[in-house]
Design a protein. Structure first.
Length: 237
Protein backbone atom coordinates (compact mmCIF):
# COMPACT_ATOMS: atom_id res chain seq x y z
CA UNK A 1 0.00 0.00 0.00
CA UNK A 2 1.37 3.42 -0.98
CA UNK A 3 2.30 5.82 1.75
CA UNK A 4 0.41 9.13 1.73
CA UNK A 5 2.01 12.56 1.34
CA UNK A 6 -0.10 15.69 1.64
CA UNK A 7 1.21 19.06 0.43
CA UNK A 8 -0.52 22.19 1.69
CA UNK A 9 -0.25 24.75 -1.12
CA UNK A 10 -0.85 28.49 -0.73
CA UNK A 11 -0.36 29.67 -4.33
CA UNK A 12 -0.60 27.36 -7.33
CA UNK A 13 2.86 28.01 -8.75
CA UNK A 14 4.71 27.35 -5.48
CA UNK A 15 4.23 23.61 -5.72
CA UNK A 16 6.38 20.57 -4.90
CA UNK A 17 8.56 21.14 -7.95
CA UNK A 18 11.22 18.45 -8.26
CA UNK A 19 10.12 16.96 -4.92
CA UNK A 20 7.01 15.51 -6.60
CA UNK A 21 9.09 13.05 -8.65
CA UNK A 22 11.20 12.10 -5.64
CA UNK A 23 8.11 11.33 -3.56
CA UNK A 24 6.59 9.23 -6.35
CA UNK A 25 9.83 7.29 -6.75
CA UNK A 26 9.88 6.65 -2.99
CA UNK A 27 6.39 5.17 -3.08
CA UNK A 28 4.33 8.12 -1.84
CA UNK A 29 0.91 8.97 -3.22
CA UNK A 30 0.80 12.77 -3.27
CA UNK A 31 -2.28 14.91 -2.67
CA UNK A 32 -2.41 18.71 -2.75
CA UNK A 33 -4.64 20.67 -0.40
CA UNK A 34 -5.12 24.34 -1.33
CA UNK A 35 -5.14 26.52 1.77
CA UNK A 36 -7.98 29.02 1.84
CA UNK A 37 -9.86 27.16 -0.90
CA UNK A 38 -10.56 23.82 0.73
CA UNK A 39 -13.39 23.89 3.25
CA UNK A 40 -11.03 22.11 5.63
CA UNK A 41 -7.60 20.52 5.48
CA UNK A 42 -8.77 17.68 7.69
CA UNK A 43 -8.58 14.77 8.04
CA UNK A 44 -6.03 14.38 5.25
CA UNK A 45 -3.36 16.74 6.64
CA UNK A 46 -3.34 15.20 10.10
CA UNK A 47 -3.53 11.59 8.94
CA UNK A 48 -0.93 11.74 6.15
CA UNK A 49 2.21 9.68 6.54
CA UNK A 50 4.09 12.81 5.45
CA UNK A 51 2.94 16.43 5.54
CA UNK A 52 4.68 19.13 3.50
CA UNK A 53 3.69 22.77 4.03
CA UNK A 54 4.75 24.87 1.05
CA UNK A 55 5.57 28.55 0.60
CA UNK A 56 3.41 31.57 -0.10
CA UNK A 57 3.47 35.39 -0.06
CA UNK A 58 1.72 35.88 3.29
CA UNK A 59 2.96 36.08 6.86
CA UNK A 60 2.69 33.21 9.32
CA UNK A 61 1.27 35.74 11.81
CA UNK A 62 -1.49 37.12 9.53
CA UNK A 63 -4.36 34.91 10.65
CA UNK A 64 -6.60 37.97 11.09
CA UNK A 65 -6.52 38.41 7.30
CA UNK A 66 -6.08 34.72 6.46
CA UNK A 67 -8.11 32.71 9.01
CA UNK A 68 -7.16 29.36 7.45
CA UNK A 69 -3.74 29.80 9.06
CA UNK A 70 -5.30 28.93 12.40
CA UNK A 71 -6.17 25.46 11.13
CA UNK A 72 -2.70 25.00 9.66
CA UNK A 73 -1.08 25.98 12.94
CA UNK A 74 -3.33 23.64 14.93
CA UNK A 75 -2.50 20.75 12.59
CA UNK A 76 1.21 21.49 12.86
CA UNK A 77 1.08 21.73 16.64
CA UNK A 78 -0.44 18.24 16.84
CA UNK A 79 1.89 16.67 14.27
CA UNK A 80 5.04 18.17 15.75
CA UNK A 81 4.05 17.19 19.28
CA UNK A 82 3.55 13.61 18.04
CA UNK A 83 6.83 13.66 16.02
CA UNK A 84 5.00 12.87 12.76
CA UNK A 85 7.09 13.36 9.58
CA UNK A 86 6.66 17.00 8.59
CA UNK A 87 8.56 19.26 6.18
CA UNK A 88 8.09 23.01 5.90
CA UNK A 89 9.38 25.21 3.08
CA UNK A 90 9.55 29.02 3.39
CA UNK A 91 6.13 30.00 4.82
CA UNK A 92 5.83 26.36 5.87
CA UNK A 93 9.01 26.65 7.94
CA UNK A 94 7.77 29.85 9.56
CA UNK A 95 4.46 28.21 10.47
CA UNK A 96 6.37 25.27 11.95
CA UNK A 97 8.52 27.63 14.01
CA UNK A 98 5.42 29.37 15.31
CA UNK A 99 3.72 26.03 16.07
CA UNK A 100 6.78 25.18 18.17
CA UNK A 101 6.38 28.41 20.16
CA UNK A 102 8.92 30.63 18.38
CA UNK A 103 8.37 34.20 17.22
CA UNK A 104 7.91 34.93 13.48
CA UNK A 105 8.45 38.50 12.29
CA UNK A 106 9.62 40.69 9.37
CA UNK A 107 13.33 40.41 8.57
CA UNK A 108 15.83 43.18 7.93
CA UNK A 109 15.09 43.12 4.19
CA UNK A 110 13.65 40.82 1.56
CA UNK A 111 16.02 38.05 0.54
CA UNK A 112 15.23 37.24 -3.11
CA UNK A 113 17.60 35.46 -5.46
CA UNK A 114 20.27 32.78 -5.48
CA UNK A 115 22.87 32.67 -2.71
CA UNK A 116 24.79 29.99 -0.78
CA UNK A 117 23.94 28.77 2.68
CA UNK A 118 26.29 28.62 5.61
CA UNK A 119 25.80 25.19 7.15
CA UNK A 120 26.31 24.54 10.83
CA UNK A 121 28.27 21.49 11.95
CA UNK A 122 24.95 19.70 12.43
CA UNK A 123 23.79 20.91 9.03
CA UNK A 124 26.83 19.50 7.26
CA UNK A 125 26.12 15.98 8.54
CA UNK A 126 22.37 16.27 7.88
CA UNK A 127 20.52 15.95 4.58
CA UNK A 128 21.39 19.61 3.99
CA UNK A 129 24.99 18.53 3.41
CA UNK A 130 23.88 18.04 -0.20
CA UNK A 131 23.39 21.83 -0.36
CA UNK A 132 26.97 22.60 0.68
CA UNK A 133 27.88 26.08 -0.60
CA UNK A 134 30.86 24.61 -2.43
CA UNK A 135 28.39 22.65 -4.56
CA UNK A 136 25.37 24.88 -5.07
CA UNK A 137 23.62 28.07 -3.97
CA UNK A 138 19.90 27.88 -3.26
CA UNK A 139 16.91 30.06 -4.06
CA UNK A 140 15.80 32.52 -1.39
CA UNK A 141 12.43 34.26 -1.58
CA UNK A 142 11.21 35.63 1.73
CA UNK A 143 10.92 38.77 3.84
CA UNK A 144 10.05 37.23 7.20
CA UNK A 145 12.11 35.18 9.58
CA UNK A 146 11.79 33.40 12.93
CA UNK A 147 13.58 32.75 16.19
CA UNK A 148 15.00 29.27 16.60
CA UNK A 149 12.45 27.10 18.48
CA UNK A 150 13.67 25.82 21.85
CA UNK A 151 13.74 22.14 20.88
CA UNK A 152 15.24 22.75 17.45
CA UNK A 153 18.73 22.33 16.01
CA UNK A 154 19.93 25.08 13.69
CA UNK A 155 21.18 23.65 10.38
CA UNK A 156 21.84 26.66 8.14
CA UNK A 157 22.05 30.43 8.01
CA UNK A 158 22.89 33.37 5.75
CA UNK A 159 24.45 36.71 6.64
CA UNK A 160 21.09 38.46 7.02
CA UNK A 161 19.06 35.54 8.32
CA UNK A 162 20.70 33.38 11.01
CA UNK A 163 17.88 30.84 11.06
CA UNK A 164 17.52 29.39 7.56
CA UNK A 165 16.81 25.78 8.53
CA UNK A 166 16.18 23.69 11.61
CA UNK A 167 15.32 20.15 12.56
CA UNK A 168 13.75 18.47 15.56
CA UNK A 169 14.88 14.87 15.70
CA UNK A 170 14.74 12.89 12.47
CA UNK A 171 11.14 13.54 11.45
CA UNK A 172 10.80 17.33 11.53
CA UNK A 173 12.61 19.57 9.03
CA UNK A 174 12.02 23.25 8.23
CA UNK A 175 13.84 25.21 5.52
CA UNK A 176 13.21 28.90 4.84
CA UNK A 177 14.81 28.73 1.37
CA UNK A 178 13.58 26.76 -1.66
CA UNK A 179 15.38 23.50 -2.50
CA UNK A 180 12.40 22.21 -4.51
CA UNK A 181 12.39 24.61 -7.47
CA UNK A 182 13.05 23.72 -11.10
CA UNK A 183 14.39 25.88 -13.90
CA UNK A 184 11.20 25.48 -15.91
CA UNK A 185 8.93 26.05 -12.93
CA UNK A 186 10.64 29.33 -12.02
CA UNK A 187 9.07 31.01 -15.05
CA UNK A 188 5.74 30.79 -13.24
CA UNK A 189 7.32 32.45 -10.21
CA UNK A 190 8.50 35.36 -12.34
CA UNK A 191 4.92 35.94 -13.48
CA UNK A 192 3.22 35.31 -10.14
CA UNK A 193 5.66 37.42 -8.12
CA UNK A 194 6.11 40.24 -10.66
CA UNK A 195 4.81 42.87 -8.23
CA UNK A 196 7.15 41.77 -5.45
CA UNK A 197 10.15 41.67 -7.81
CA UNK A 198 9.42 45.21 -9.03
CA UNK A 199 8.95 46.47 -5.46
CA UNK A 200 12.36 45.26 -4.30
CA UNK A 201 14.19 47.57 -6.70
CA UNK A 202 17.38 45.58 -6.32
CA UNK A 203 16.84 42.71 -8.73
CA UNK A 204 15.09 42.20 -12.06
CA UNK A 205 13.37 39.30 -13.77
CA UNK A 206 16.26 39.20 -16.24
CA UNK A 207 18.76 38.84 -13.39
CA UNK A 208 16.69 36.14 -11.68
CA UNK A 209 16.32 34.25 -14.96
CA UNK A 210 20.07 34.39 -15.56
CA UNK A 211 20.81 33.14 -12.04
CA UNK A 212 18.23 30.39 -12.40
CA UNK A 213 19.74 29.22 -15.68
CA UNK A 214 23.19 29.14 -14.08
CA UNK A 215 22.40 27.55 -10.73
CA UNK A 216 19.04 25.82 -11.19
CA UNK A 217 20.32 22.67 -12.92
CA UNK A 218 22.76 22.00 -10.07
CA UNK A 219 20.10 22.56 -7.42
CA UNK A 220 17.74 20.19 -9.24
CA UNK A 221 20.29 17.42 -8.67
CA UNK A 222 21.27 18.37 -5.14
CA UNK A 223 17.73 19.17 -3.99
CA UNK A 224 16.67 15.70 -5.09
CA UNK A 225 19.53 14.17 -3.11
CA UNK A 226 18.63 16.27 -0.08
CA UNK A 227 15.03 15.04 -0.01
CA UNK A 228 16.01 11.42 -0.68
CA UNK A 229 18.43 11.58 2.24
CA UNK A 230 15.83 13.05 4.60
CA UNK A 231 13.18 10.52 3.62
CA UNK A 232 15.63 7.67 4.15
CA UNK A 233 16.23 8.84 7.73
CA UNK A 234 12.61 9.14 8.81
CA UNK A 235 11.62 7.20 11.89
CA UNK A 236 8.14 5.85 11.19
CA UNK A 237 6.12 5.25 14.36
Amino acid sequence: MARSAVAIRHVAFEDLGLFADVLAAEGYEVRYLDAGYEATLEPHASEADLLIVLGGPIGAYEEADYPFLREELAILERRLAADRPTLGICLGSQLMARALGARVYPGVHKEIGWAPLTLTEEGRISCLGHLDPAITPVLHWHGDTFDLPKRATRLASTDSYPNQAFSVGHNILAVQFHPEVTVRGMERWFIGHTGEIAATGGISVAQLREQTGRFGPILEVQGRRMLESWLAGLEVK
